[in-house]
Ligand binder design. Structure first.
Ligand SMILES: [Ca+2]
Ligand SMILES: [Ca+2]
Ligand SMILES: [Ca+2]
Length: 252
């Protein structure tokens, strides 16, 4: 009986493992800001877009320290798997210096459903996804995030599955709703860190850390794992051997 139980447990484990995602699967860009703008996946090179960038102690190693005139931008358009209505997950840690209406990560253009950005809403105590164009595209996500604190580190996550936006704040799902995105595929598709790709007067001042973009949906447990690792000062790669959801389970 013990043998049978053990075998059944192994089968359950193996079936579960076969369907599990490794946290780095479909990771298309990961900027850790540990003193430079390197994308540690090897893709999507980023450079200085404005000002003179500097680095300070962050949530995970160092962080990018920005004033309103400073931002970083990818040298080339980000890959085309995160265009249109394709699935994606954007995740970043931020620590806002002074509250205001400020886009902190952004790509796309200023057409309805064409923009994909994270924006702080004045006076900086909440943030939301911002997709331009009024109505649901502009405002509906601004009220779902519980109050955040200016001057403290928070983790922001937007997940799009092709039909619905899900919003996570500090690792927890806080809201979401249906949205027909059509993020542009030509022009304006460079990724901005610390500014908007299209929204005027929405430059971010504060710190950014550990910006990551996947062309897949991350699960709630995966996002919670990223948050828990980050709270301990550990990056996404640390999850590859931790046993947490998204862990590299065997062999790959
Ligand atoms: Ca860092
Ligand atoms: Ca800025
Ligand atoms: Ca600010």
């Amino acid at each position: 009986m013990k043998y049978v139980t053990t075998m059944m447990a192994m089968v359950v484990f193996m079936v579960g493992a076969a369907h599990a995602q490794v946290i780095t699967n479909n990771l298309v860009g990961y900027w850790q800001f540990d003193g430079d703008l390197t994308d540690t996946t090897g893709n999507n090179h980023m450079g200085v877009g404005g000002g003179t960038l500097d680095y300070v102690a962050g949530q995970i190693g160092n962080a990018l320290n920005l004033d309103s005139a400073e931002y970083a931008i990818t040298a080339a358009n980000i890959i085309n798997t995160v265009y249109g209505a394709n699935a994606r997950t954007m995740n970043v840690w931020f620590n806002d210096d002074v509250g205001g209406t400020e886009a902190f990560v952004s790509y796309g253009r200023g057409g309805q459903a064409d923009l994909f950005e994270m924006i702080l809403y004045s006076p900086g105590t909440t943030w939301g996804g911002h997709f331009w164009g009024g109505g649901v595209y502009e405002t509906a996500l601004s009220g779902v995030v519980p109050a955040i604190v200016v001057g403290q580190w928070h983790m922001a996550t937007l997940v799009y599955d092709g039909v619905n936006i899900s919003v996570y704040s500090d690792g927890a799902l806080v809201g979401g709703y249906g949205l027909a995105l059509n993020t542009c595929g030509l022009g304006g598709t460079q990724l901005y860190a610390g500014s908007s790709s299209s929204t005027a007067n929405a430059d971010y001042d504060g710190q950014l850390d550990d910006l990551a973009l996947w062309d897949r949906v991350l699960t709630g447990p995966e996002i919670q794992s990223i948050y828990d690792a980050g709270v301990a000062g550990n990056d996404i790669y640390s999850l590859l051997s931790s046993g947490a959801p998204g862990t590299l389970i065997y062999g790959k």
